[in-house]
Design a protein around this ligand. Structure first.
Ligand code: S3P
Length: 426
């Protein structure tokens, strides 16, 4: 039996700005000459950490209600920080800023919260060191805090063993300061927001298959950036719209960059009714309104090159799989273990607590869907995507669900609970 008090979601929702694009707008705007104006910026804790780091690096950034103004000082305009740079919970801030700081003429130290201090940084320390960077993990464990002594850098061709936009972007950003061409080849293409936006600011960057190539010392010019809605945030409402009987919602202005749109392909393959309307392009980033209607879902197998295009959506995909008919297999997703939490373990433990039939594997999980789920005590591990995923599950579970540290949604979607309550008419 499912919950007796199920409220369908109906109406329209403006999805908050894309987290990856918002970070990059602050970073590249800081390295550009002149003013960059950013609208629909994500006012989430992670992106605010990026703003605060660049302010400590001497950049004036005005954050008003409707836009951000970044008074960039050019590629060589950053100045030595007088304090430690606090990246908070943000892996994107930590890794991308490390690439930038590697090529400066000063020393800086960066750190973050307890989760950041456990996340692997060897994946950037090694390739950046090959370029000549001098990076020390303060506690010798290849994690933050990191001390970075800026040095002259050499161009480098890095063959990355993982498809990671954070690794790729860190190296490309160091490549801005190198003495020649820098290339990153990945096993599969990861999100390409850095390449699109850097080129928009005037950098010489191109892509050949799964290789991104950048030339050093461009003159970057301030731009106007309209940030699209974050498809990773939209994913919770796509799932709710598909799962909750009677729902029909229109998600406005969502980024549908093909390196991020795996969630749309997967939900359609599961039998979801998803329609793209009003397609457009903003600063090289494709967008659309997404119309979602309640649908009966079936289990599928997900693996291979689609994984990087939906890596952050796997928690909510696992929730959909738990309610779908049949078995869903998620594989090739070992990266989930090193996100804000170990998302394989945390999903399996919490879904089991709700009564789901789920098991972990080395690189993913297997979910036998269609079991009746009941309310439970959910430990979010302060991971925003876990808290939001189980909030959606709780809409359909029988009985009460409590989510520990539910306020961690502030990382990427501060208005999540208000928006959900509005769409269910409460
Ligand atoms: C991000 C890249 C992804 C993603 C993260 C944001 C980015 O990480 O999980 O939330 O903005 O570049 P990896 O590239 O390390 O997989």
């Amino acid at each position: 039996m499912i919950s007796e008090t199920i409220y369908p979601l109906r109406g329209e929702i403006e999805i908050p700005g894309d987290k990856s694009v918002s970070h990059r707008a602050i970073m590249f705007g800081s390295l550009a000459k002149g003013t960059t104006e950013v609208t629909h910026f994500l006012q989430g804790a992670d992106c605010l950490s990026t703003i605060s780091c660049f302010q400590k690096l001497g950049i004036e950034i005005e954050n008003t209600a409707d836009r951000i103004l970044i008074h960039g000082k050019g590629l060589h305009g950053l100045s030595a920080p007088t304090e430690i740079l606090d990246c908070g919970n943000s892996g994107t801030t930590t890794r991308l800023i490390s690439g930038i700081l590697s090529g400066q003429k000063f020393t800086s130290t960066l750190t973050g919260d307890a989760s950041i201090q456990k996340r692997p940084m060897k994946r950037i320390i090694e390739p950046l060191s090959h370029m000549g960077a001098d990076i020390t993990s303060v506690y010798g464990n290849n994690c933050a805090p990191l001390t970075i002594n800026g040095r002259p850098l050499k161009g480098f061709h890095y063959h990355s063993p993982i498809a990671s936009a954070q690794v790729k972007s860190a190296i490309l950003l160091a490549g801005l300061y190198a003495d020649g061409e820098t290339k990153v080849t990945e096993p599969y293409i990861s999100r390409n927001h850095s390449e699109i936006m850097l080129s928009h600011f005037g950098a010489n960057v191109r892509t050949e298959n799964t290789t991104a190539i950048i030339l050093p010392e461009p003159v970057l010019e301030g731009q106007k950036i309209a940030v699209p809605g974050d498809i990773s945030s939209a994913a919770y409402f796509i799932a709710a719209g598909l799962l909750v009987p009677g729902s029909e919602i229109l998600l406005k202005n969502v980024g549908i960059n093909p390196t991020r749109d795996g969630i749309l392909k997967v939900t359609q393959e599961m039998g979801g009714s998803i329609e793209l309307l009003n397609m457009n392009t903003d600063n090289g980033e494709p967008t659309a309104d997404i119309l979602v209607k309640f649908s009966a879902l079936k289990g599928i197998t997900i693996g291979g090159e689609i994984i990087p295009t939906l890596i952050d959506e796997i928690p909510i995909i696992a929730i959909m799989a738990a309610f779908a008919k049949g078995t869903t297999i998620i594989k090739d997703a070992a990266e989930l273990k090193v996100k804000e939490s170990n998302r394989i373990q945390v999903m399996v433990d919490n879904l089991k607590a709700m009564g789901a039939d789920i098991e972990s594997t080395e690189d993913g999980m297997i979910i036998h869907g269609g079991k009746d789920l009941h309310g439970a005590l959910i430990d979010s591990h302060k991971d925003h995507r876990i808290a939001m995923s189980f909030t959606i599950a709780s809409l359909l579970a029988d009985g009460h669900t409590t989510i520990l540290d539910r306020e961690c949604v502030d990382i990427s979607f501060p208005t999540f609970y208000q928006e959900l309550n509005r769409l269910i008419g409460r």
